[in-house]
Design a protein. Structure first.
Length: 147
């Protein structure tokens, strides 16, 4: 099954029309905490390694996703530009999720992988942003549900 490619403004439109749709932000915890789409939850695909200052895979990504993301829900997957979210969509698809959309341009803007054209991000389009990182939103609380 093909992973649908959508823009941030299309993601906002879907979220406004369907309250059951989930926005899953796969950026790192610090990126998410600085600001994210209103209503998004954070399941990082990668973590920043304190020692090397390099991004490393989150070993619990699939486990947390399976614990908190219902397979029947429409999932909009976003990151900073669209690359990590595409990879996350592919991993989720391997775990049996089928109603997946990758948000091209993500939060900070990127490029359409088909055309190379610039795609503005959620923040550049002045779509609603939150810094809420509380229960059921931030990664630490979601990780507890998977343990």
């Amino acid at each position: 099954m093909t992973i649908q490619q959508i823009t941030p403004d299309k993601a906002k439109e879907i979220l406004d029309q369907d309250s059951q749709t989930l926005y899953v932000d796969v950026r790192s915890i610090p990126e998410f905490e600085r600001g994210h789409p209103v209503g998004a939850i954070n399941i990082p695909l990668l973590h920043l390694d304190e020692e090397s200052h390099q991004m490393v895979p989150n070993p619990d990504f699939a486990k947390v996703a399976e614990a908190v993301l219902p397979r029947e829900k429409k999932l909009l997957i976003g990151c900073m530009a669209g690359g990590r979210s595409q990879k996350a969509c592919e991993l989720l698809q391997q775990k049996g999720y089928s109603n997946l959309s990758n948000i091209m341009g993500g939060y900070g803007g990127g490029r359409n992988p088909m055309t190379g054209e610039p795609v503005p991000g959620w923040s550049q389009l002045n779509l609603p942003v939150s810094q809420d990182n509380g229960e059921g939103i931030g990664y630490e609380s979601l990780l507890k549900k998977a343990k």
